[in-house]
Design a binder for this molecule. Structure first.
Ligand SMILES: Nc1ncnc2c1ncn2[C@@H]1O[C@H](COP(=O)(O)OP(=O)(O)OP(=O)(O)O)[C@@H](O)[C@H]1O
Ligand SMILES: [Mg+2]
Length: 271
C-alpha cells in the first residue's frame, strides 16, 4: 500500500467510525436535576478549549434548556427544522462562548417530545451524518425513561450516566441502564458521580452501584469521573455562562476538564 493509499484508508475508516456514532457522547441520568446540562455544556467547552471541533445537541426534547444555561436565543432551532422538514444542519448555531456549534431545542415545546418513530429515526440518522463533520458530538438527554430518549441515546457509542449519592438517583439510573443495555448490550457506559463532598464518597457510591449492576444486570461500567459539589456551578448558571468561563480553577471545572481529557485519551479511571 502506498503512503497515499494508507492515508486514504485511514481517512475513510475515520469517517466510517464517526457514522457509527463512535464520536458521539450521550449524557443521561434517569432522574432530573442531577447536572446533565451543566456537564454537557462544560464538557463541550472543555473539548473545544483542547482544539476539538464540537457539536452540542440539546436532546432534552420536551424541556430543552441549553439555551437557558447559556442565555442565548438562536434564530434556528430543532423545532423550526422539524416543523419545516428542513435538514438538521440548518438548526446549527455557532456559540461564541463555548467556541463550538450547538443545536438547541425550544424551551417548553412539548411537541418535540412527541415525535413519532419515523420522525425520530430521521432525526437520529441526520445526527449521525452530521457527526462525521465533528471530532466530538455531545447529546444532552432529558430526564425520565421513555422510548424516544433511549432511541436518541442509542445514536451514541458512549453514554455517560450521571449519578448523585441519593437513592432516587441510583434507582432511576439503574432503570435507565437496564433499558439501554436491553437495546444495545455493547453500549460503552461510564458512570459519573456528581455533587460529591469528597472523592472517597464518589468512589464509595460508584462501588455500591457497580455491585448492584453486576449482580442484577451483569454489566460492569467504568467510572467516568467524579465531580465535587461546587457552589460556583449555581453562580455560573445564574450568570447564564459556561462554568469554565466563569471560573476555570474551581473544583467542578477542574473535575470536568479531567473527565474531558480522559475521554479524549480513552483513559480508564480507577476508583
Ligand atoms: N457539581 C455541582 N455542584 C453544585 N451544583 C450543581 C453541580 N452540578 C449541577 N448543579 C446544580 O444542579 C442543578 C441542576 O443542574 P442541571 O440543570 O445541569 O441538571 P439536569 O440534570 O440537566 O436537569 P434536568 O433533568 O432538569 O434537565 C442546577 O442548579 C446546577 O447548578
Ligand atoms: Mg438538563
Amino acid at each position: 500500500m502506498t503512503e497515499n493509499q494508507a492515508n486514504n484508508h485511514e481517512f475513510l475508516t475515520d469517517i466510517q467510525e464517526r457514522l457509527n456514532g463512535n464520536n458521539i457522547i450521550a449524557i443521561a441520568s434517569g432522574k432530573g436535576g442531577v447536572g446533565k446540562t451543566t456537564l454537557a455544556v462544560t464538557l463541550a467547552h472543555a473539548f473545544s478549549k483542547q482544539g476539538l471541533k464540537v457539536l452540542l445537541f440539546d436532546g432534552d426534547l420536551g424541556l430543552s434548556n441549553i439555551d437557558i444555561h447559556l442565555g442565548i436565543t438562536p434564530n434556528e432551532n430543532l423545532e423550526t427544522v422539524i416543523k419545516m422538514n428542513d435538514p438538521l444542519n440548518l438548526a446549527i448555531t455557532h456559540e461564541s462562548t463555548l467556541q463550538c456549534d450547538i443545536i438547541t431545542g425550544h424551551s417548553g415545546d412539548q411537541s418535540l417530545s412527541n415525535l413519532n418513530g419515523p420522525q425520530l429515526k430521521l432525526l437520529a440518522d441526520d445526527l449521525l451524518i452530521l457527526s462525521s463533520y465533528y471530532d466530538k458530538v455531545i447529546i444532552d438527554l432529558g430526564s425520565g425513561i421513555y422510548e424516544n430518549l433511549i432511541h436518541l441515546a442509542n445514536c451514541a457509542k458512549t453514554c455517560l450516566v450521571l449519578i448523585t449519592n441519593t437513592p432516587t438517583s441510583l434507582t432511576d439510573a439503574y432503570q435507565f441502564i437496564r433499558l439501554l443495555i436491553n437495546q444495545d448490550p455493547a453500549k460503552n457506559i461510564k458512570l459519573i458521580m456528581n455533587m460529591v463532598d469528597t472523592l472517597a464518597e464518589g468512589e464509595q457510591t460508584y462501588q455500591t452501584f457497580l455491585t448492584a449492576l453486576e449482580a442484577f444486570l451483569h454489566v460492569k461500567p467504568q467510572l467516568g469521573g467524579i465531580i465535587h459539589y461546587d457552589s460556583t456551578v449555581k453562580k455560573s448558571l445564574q450568570e447564564q455562562t459556561s462554568l469554565l468561563s466563569f471560573n476555570l480553577n474551581t473544583p467542578a471545572s477542574q473535575d470536568i476538564l479531567k473527565i474531558s481529557q480522559s475521554l479524549i485519551n480513552h483513559e480508564i479511571i480507577h476508583p
